[in-house]
Design a protein around this ligand. Structure first.
Ligand code: GLU
Length: 420
């Protein structure tokens, strides 16, 4: 068995092969570009509240080291595997390269369900994970950030653990930290804000009036909630569908997203919110709307539902929400569904992480306005490059975005050469 054996890794490889064929990448370079440079698996023994000791599996994959240190989030999820981590690291590489960030991609995490851990247990898992990773990470080697199941507090524990071992504060080891310990203004909102910025650009291109548009947002975590709130309150779009892992809600008259946020703050999930309007979570994706924003997990748009999507814009806030099978269908529907591919759509998070890292290394503090303005400039540049290439070469937005990323990594590898 291959260490990366996993459906998600296979999907990332299938996507890469499409790009490698389009770019006519030399067969000698394909595996070198595709396979991760390093993968680390660790076993974490952790004291639990009941006095027992439980072991958890932790992973970190560093995809390539060609453009600088590696960068990527840390995911705490029950089903996390080495293969999935590797796929996510590969996507981070193309994402960082598309945004011209001086990083290779990385991803890591722990196979655990953070909702079933007490705060002390979560802290123990977080600290032990970072402690096991100390030989492999560093501010110039591999910088961690948040991802599904982790948050600012977890980043603070990572930073503290790493710093205690070094004997001084090393803020630059993680991004997405609380502002009080060197995090940047605007990081928490960055991914959702980026999604909305790009949706607005797409609406503009398609000449859609935001006030007359409706949206369905799947996922109400850090990305989905900020995207839904900002679409509703800032852009003026009516949110007709909303979901998290416990409930999916659809109401053509509109959903009060602020009320949903308050509900989640109090109760933790959307389970008991607007119960009369609950629908099947899979069916929600194919319901009528102008903007569909999958902001939760991978592989939710598949060959089974891609033909049924009724949206005009597909804004991929999640990593890998659309399978290659679905892509083949969406390629046929290019004039009906405007796809904003994940590595462009959710790049806001890692872009502002890069700003946080730079500020940390230089002990600088930027204002939220500076951060957001710089974020939008980078997204604007990437968006226009992706659209231009797609038009000129008659390729999909995903192929265009990934090709820009892969090409940059490939050129850098060629320029640096192969040693010895
Ligand atoms: N988890 C984020 C992503 O998937 C980025 C993490 C980071 O800021 O490093 O893009």
């Amino acid at each position: 068995m291959h260490i990366y054996d996993d459906e998600v890794f296979q999907m990332a490889c299938d996507q890469f092969k499409v790009i490698a064929d389009y770019l006519e990448v030399d067969p000698n370079d394909r595996e070198r570009l595709m396979f991760p440079k390093r993968a680390i698996a660790v076993t974490l023994p952790v004291h639990m509240d009941d006095g027992s000791t439980r072991t958890f599996q932790g992973y970190r994959v560093q995809h390539h080291l060609t453009l600088g240190p590696t960068k990527g989030g840390t995911r705490f999820a029950p089903s996390l595997s080495m293969g999935e981590t590797a796929a996510l690291a590969m996507w981070m590489s193309w994402k960082c390269a598309l945004s011209n960030l001086p990083y290779g991609g990385a991803k890591g995490g722990v196979a655990c369900d953070p909702s079933k851990l007490s705060r002390t247990e979560l802290e123990n898992v977080s600290r032990r994970y970072m402690q096991e990773m100390i030989p492999f990470v560093g501010p110039y080697t591999d910088i961690m950030g948040p991802d599904m199941g982790t948050n600012e507090q977890v980043m603070a524990w990572f930073m503290d653990t790493y710093s205690v071992y070094q004997g001084y504060s090393v803020g630059e080891i993680v991004t997405g930290k609380p502002v009080s310990i060197g995090g940047t203004e605007g990081r928490r909102e960055a991914t959702g804000r980026g999604v909305v910025y790009l949706v607005e650009r797409a609406m503009d291109m398609l000449k859609l009036d935001p006030e007359k548009c409706t949206a369905i947002v799947q996922g109400f975590g850090n990305v989905g909630s900020v995207a839904a709130l900002s679409l509703a309150l800032k852009t003026g779009v009516k949110i007709v569908g909303l979901s998290d892992h416990t409930a999916a809600i659809y109401n053509a008259k509109g959903i009060d997203v602020k009320a949903a946020e308050q509900h989640v703050l109090k109760k933790g999930t959307l389970r008991a919110f607007m119960q009369d309007d609950h629908v099947d979570p899979n069916e929600m994706l194919t319901m009528k709307c102008d903007i569909l924003a999958p902001c939760a997990v991978d592989r939710v748009i598949t060959e089974h539902n891609a033909a049924k999507l009724q949206c005009r814009i597909l804004a991929e806030g999640a990593n890998g929400p659309t399978t290659p099978g679905a892509d083949r269908i969406l390629d046929q529907r290019w004039d009906e569904v405007f796809v904003i591919p994940d590595i462009l759509c959710n790049a806001g998070g890692v872009i502002v992480s890069y700003f946080e890292w730079v500020q940390g290394l230089q002990s600088f503090l930027w204002t939220e306005m500076e951060v957001t303005d710089k974020l939008f400039r980078i997204l604007e540049h990437s968006f226009s490059q992706v659209i231009r290439r797609a038009k000129e070469h008659k390729i999909s937005h995903r192929t265009s975005a990934m090709a820009i990323g892969v090409e940059r990594v490939m050129k850098a590898k060629k320029t640096r050469g192969l040693f010895p």
